[in-house]
Design a binder for this molecule. Structure first.
Ligand SMILES: NC(=O)c1ccc[n+]([C@@H]2O[C@H](COP(=O)([O-])OP(=O)(O)OC[C@H]3O[C@@H](n4cnc5c(N)ncnc54)[C@H](O)[C@@H]3O)[C@@H](O)[C@H]2O)c1
Ligand SMILES: [Zn+2]
Length: 405
């Protein structure tokens, strides 16, 4: 038996933020990030709509990018005192993910972070509050997914919390919120969305229910991401729907080792002054993982189908896959994303010598590979990597070398 779970309501299209007026309750907390929602006036609008719905509103502001366990625990304390019956999370993946974890801790104050991370092991939520997510970036699709990514900075590891309990009750996918994204964010979140759709389509948990949204997301992203990056606002609006469709696909269809590696490398070199931004990590690793997974017959056939939908030529699946890899690398070039960690600058742009020194990478390789194998996304990857495989794929992602194993 498989399960296909989505929010009860997805409000989409320009002006969808107004749906906040329809929420019923006494108190709502709004969780936001570093200030973009406030700066562009969306926070005020959201507050006004909720007040119009008769609710008392409290703000939890300043949730950082790649939110920490500490931020989650502090936010949950605020919720325990204010006792909201709606949690409204607005912004990119970071504030929405943090709010999801705060929600768990608010419902179960004694739960530990380790318990939250037991895959599909959460107790039932919604005894105290329901959850509404309003996305402002076009990538993570956390507004519709069963996931939340929280970083443990002591260990330098991103942990996915995975359970349909944290699938939001209401998602608001209003493209107006995404129009203010700077170019770099468009690039990174867009490639994150493409990775979600491709990994979901080849995942061992894919089904007829997830294949449809995955393929349509891939088509829409191919047609719109570069245009959106270059300032076309109609394309930007379509990307907001496309990333959500990719989210619908991967929330139930799950992901693969592109994400396992992105989670485990993201904060692994934070002591050298930067993160490997989630979407950029995916964009660099995706071509390598396609080559690795294509040795599995079913995955190979499915990558061929993806290439067909993208109108990428090839006389057989091998040729189509080689061209698909070339195409994705071309997208990275157009989006100013490097091809490998070695060339990944602290500002995320391609550079001769990136911020991760070779000796440090090699020193940490064994542990990163071991952690990536244990990541929740590895289980649904078409090919199960050994420790040696994972180290070799990661090395190819560092040096930009070919995968021939
Ligand atoms: N839950 C999931 O299923 C899932 C999936 C993929 C990634 N993630 C996680 O999500 C996080 C990344 O999320 P993200 O890529 O959405 O970025 P983010 O939430 O970290 O935001 C990045 C920056 O963009 C700004 N910003 C957000 N929206 C904006 C807008 N419309 N205009 C201008 N600036 C804006 C923010 O203030 C912030 O400074 C990572 O922690 C990643 O691991 C979660
Ligand atoms: Zn992702």
């Amino acid at each position: 038996m498989q399960r296909f779970t989505n929010p009860r309501d997805i409000y989409h299209g320009k002006g969808a933020l107004e749906a906040l007026k329809t929420l019923e309750g006494k108190r709502a907390v709004i969780c936001v990030g570093g200030g973009s929602m406030k700066r562009f006036g969306f926070l005020q609008k959201a507050e006004d709509y909720l007040k119009e719905a008769g609710m008392e509103v409290k703000l939890i502001e300043g949730i950082e990018s790649d939110p920490s366990v500490d931020t989650v625990m502090k936010g949950a304390k605020v919720m325990e005192e204010f006792r909201p019956d709606w949690i409204v999370a607005m912004g990119g993946g970071s504030p929405i993910d943090a709010a999801k974890a705060m929600w768990i801790k608010y419902e179960y104050p004694d739960i530990t972070f380790e318990d939250m991370c037991k895959v599909f092991g959460l107790p039932q939520l919604r005894h105290k509050a329901k959850f509404c997510a309003v996305s402002s970036t076009s990538g993570t699709a956390t507004e519709v997914t069963a996931f939340s990514i929280i970083t443990d900075y002591d260990k330098g590891i991103k942990y996915p919390i995975a359970d349909f309990e944290i699938t939001p009750d209401v998602a608001i996918v209003d493209p107006e919120l995404a129009e203010t994204m700077p170019k770099k964010l468009v690039a990174h979140t867009g490639m994150d969305a493409l990775t979600h759709a491709i990994e979901a389509y080849v995942s061992t948990a894919a089904s007829d229910f997830t294949d449809g949204p995955a393929i349509h997301a891939i088509e829409l992203i191919q047609a719109n991401l570069i245009k959106s990056y270059n300032g076309d606002m109609d394309a930007r609006d379509t990307m907001h729907s496309a990333q959500c469709l990719a989210g619908i696909a991967f929330s139930s269809g799950l992901l693969g080792i592109v994400h396992s590696m992105a989670h485990k490398t993201g904060a692994a070199f934070a002591d050298y002054g930067a993160h490997i931004i989630h979407g950029a990590a995916n964009a660099m690793y995706l071509p390598k993982v396609i080559a690795f997974n294509a040795r599995d017959a079913r995955a190979k056939q499915r990558y061929g189908v993806i290439a067909d939908y993208m109108h990428i030529d090839g006389a057989n699946d091998d040729e189509k896959i080689a061209n698909l890899i070339r195409y994705i690398r071309g997208m990275n070039d157009e989006l100013n994303i490097p091809h490998c960690i070695k060339n990944y600058g602290a500002d995320s742009y391609p550079t001769e010598q990136g911020f991760v020194p070779e000796d440090v990478f090699l020193d940490r390789l064994h542990d990163i590979a071991a952690n990536a194998i244990l990541d929740a996304c590895t289980g649904s990857n078409p090919r199960q990597p050994s420790q040696e495989d994972m180290e070799k794929v990661l090395k190819a992602c560092y040096y930009d070398t070919e995968i021939d194993f």
